[in-house]
Design a protein around this ligand. Sequence first.
Ligand SMILES: Cc1cc2nc3c(=O)[nH]c(=O)nc-3n(C[C@H](O)[C@H](O)[C@H](O)COP(=O)(O)OP(=O)(O)OC[C@H]3O[C@@H](n4cnc5c(N)ncnc54)[C@H](O)[C@@H]3O)c2cc1C
Length: 435
Amino acid sequence: MASTLFASDFKPRPYWWEAYEPAALPEITLPKSARVVIIGAGYAGLNAALELHREGLDCVVLDSHEPGFGGSSRNGGMVSGGVNVGKRYMAKALADADAAPYLNDASDAFSFIEALISRHAIDCGWTRSGYFLGAWCKSHHDAMAHKVELLNRTARAEAYLVPPGQQREEIGSDYYRGGMVVGRAGHLHPALFFKALLGLCQERGIPIASRTPATGLRETAQGWSVSTPRGTIAAGDVLIATNGYTGDVTPALQRRVVPVGSYIIATEELPADLAASISPKNRSFADTRRVLTYYRMSTDGRRLIFGGRAKFGHTDPVETAPILHRFMTDRFPQLAGTRITHAWTGNVAFTLDEMPHMGKFENLHYALGCNGSGIAMMSYLGHQTARKIAGKSNRVCAFDRPEFPDHPLYTGNTWFLPWIGRYFRTRDWLDRRFG
Ligand SMILES: Cc1cc2nc3c(=O)[nH]c(=O)nc-3n(C[C@H](O)[C@H](O)[C@H](O)COP(=O)(O)OP(=O)(O)OC[C@H]3O[C@@H](n4cnc5c(N)ncnc54)[C@H](O)[C@@H]3O)c2cc1C
């Protein structure tokens, strides 16, 4: 471990876990039957459970680890409505009319999470301070004009272009070729947000079984039989909410989501003036590179939380921390002497069409495929799926589509990710030089 990079109190675990670390819950007796069994206790699973409970449907939530063990306590905490969903449309120049329903629903996902936080007065450092997307090259900046217009029209994004000359008003860096701001965005403390959702479920007496993997699913005349090492549950419906941790219990869904490791570091506390100079408006940041980085200040404003695709494939976060540190100092040379206190990783779930999905496949409900951006989206899709199961949705969510593509050569083994990484790095290099 390079001692100049790592603080003496360095921990290879999420910084967020200093405030709340996922823990096993007191063991419950598994019910023999439940109207709905939810597999996966993250944002999607718990939001589904809360809505089912509100509609009077009994459910039980299973997680193979501690609830919140997955992406829901490890993420960057950056929340925006639709910017990433829109990416596919900007890149492939599909008709705006095709993009509009998705962007609309993505915008509703943002409204949903804002309302949830406000309704329950959730103390999770929610700050609606906007987001700056840095252009990696001039052509990316030129393409942003159309994106700004589309996002404002369909996703109420409060977006505007930032020319290179004004970039310093948004970010303490000259690294980008300008960028765009999305005003309707914010950040939160992901583990505290999760803790609050868990608390809401517990207050309502919703049974949650930790360290209880679903190990088998068998369709029956009444619905489903869900096997676990602690017994079998008869369920009317089953919701798969396993996102980047989807395994071979649902092989058909495993073939449709690609788990990709995302890596984050937290810096030691910065001097106040240095911290303020990094993010003068307390924005969240990401860039248009294919090997993307994303970052924001911690909820107390004292550390930089810096994430990205330091490696494609699954690696020890201690190994990727120096790579992230280099990415960080490329953007902020003023942080050259800043040390790392935490480094961690978690799985995001990519889909082959780069879109989130909810729906029913072989009679199983699912909410899957955050594509790296799921605090609002997976919460929303969990909620939407619960409304659908309860027969209460009065319109079809745009992400509820029959198509959920797979690929004949992908069965769950991600051997190809390092090759994609090499390809992305080459494309980034070419874009930066000639784009
Ligand atoms: C490093 C990182 C950074 C990210 N940054 C951001 C960000 O800044 N903004 C943003 O919007 N999104 C971000 N995301 C994505 C976001 O965290 C996820 O979209 C979201 O947490 C997904 O929630 P979920 O409930 O769908 O799944 P998860 O929270 O991943 O939960 C899935 C659960 O399923 C359980 N499970 C799996 N198989 C079984 C089984 N057989 N039986 C029982 N349980 C099972 C797992 O144990 C896990 O707890 C990030 C993700 C990561 C990993």
